[in-house]
Design a protein around this ligand. Sequence first.
Ligand code: PEP
Length: 259
Amino acid sequence: TPGRTPLMAGNWKMNLDHLQATHLVQKLDWTLRDGRHDFGAVEVAVLPPFTDLRSVQTLIDGDRLELVFGAQDLSKHDAGAYTGEVSGAFLAKLGCTYVLAGHSERREYHQESDDDVNAKVKAAYRHGLTPIFCVGEPLEVRQEGTYVEHVLTQLEAGLADVTAEQAKAIVIAYEPVWAIGTGEVATPQDAQEVCSAIRTKLAELYSGDLADAVRVLYGGSVKAGNVAAIMAQEDVDGALVGGASIDPAEFASICRYRH
Ligand code: PEP
């Protein structure tokens, strides 16, 4: 993956309160620094629950840690009468770099449509956040064999009206739903097939140069023991990690997959 800095992003989901969050971030940072992790060579991001963000920001800024952070969702609206929603403006003010858009758990449990996800991707850009835009097929679609088409349809819909200027900084996460939290990891070849198809589609929608620059992550039961084989694939530029990201030793090993 020449020119593309790998990204390891930890999606904590609804785990760890703000006190546990500071503990995890400190432990992760110590473990990585102890192993002389080169943060410039492999970027490491944590995506805690909203209520943890302020504490994580204080710790990272206060101790000048090289970790970056972001949120797991945002509102498609900027402000107003949307009870319970969180604006991208607030996330930007807290120093978030990234925000997930269209995670399969949001699509499934909160009925987020491709249009909603597109609105969230655009909201992220309005506030200077980098979306980690998630796509991936459910098990039935994998079994029917139409998974590439399914993922590319989600990709194109999510990027509607997103300009090349905006899209050049996007991160795409390919997460087959059947591999999320199931312990069933896609084979490196499965991950490569879809990540490569995503890159080809980006070239079609924008340009070859843009497609070469965009990072495409794989997500779904990534662990220290399987990450190296997945990262060896040409079109896989990192991982979106759920379960294993709330264990600092495990997540640090994932980040140090080259060692
Ligand atoms: C995720 O939720 O993005 C994810 C990949 O979860 P897990 O690693 O637990 O499969």
